[in-house]
Design a protein. Sequence first.
Length: 176
Amino acid sequence: MNTTSAAVTPDASGGRAANRAHTLQKRTRDAQDRFLEAFARDGTVLRASKATGVGRTTVYDWERGDVQGFRHRYENARHAFRESLEAHALDIAHQLGPTNSPLLLITLLNANWPEKYRQNVVVTDDTAKDVLKELKLATRPRKARRKAGDPSDAEAVRTVEELLAPTRARRERNDS
């Protein structure tokens, strides 16, 4: 009885698996490159996905898992789109006449490059926050407020009134 078999040796099957893995990685990288080129041009995942046939969820999976260093290359493509948008905005700004409005371009720049083009407004008046804190304290059950040493109902109301006084005065000045 012959015990030799035609089975593939571990080295040969391992080589085929490695080749398949390499081919899959290459296909993935090629798909990523096609997508990133379209994304740098079009600026949205939807349009780049349609142009390349790569599913949007696939793109988000690549980014989340940083498949083959995708996250960094994706950021580079996003930055390339921002710069092309900025260059386009500058070209149009040079050509604009007094009747044309750059509002759409400003909106696109705000949306795509907020750290550069969006105005950051910081409210420094903490009145609303203080009033909410006092109201929160005032609405706690009386027993819990007494245990915690919180102010009585009358004291809480007085505190809220004091906090609201400057706001009311400002509003009255603006109304008159």
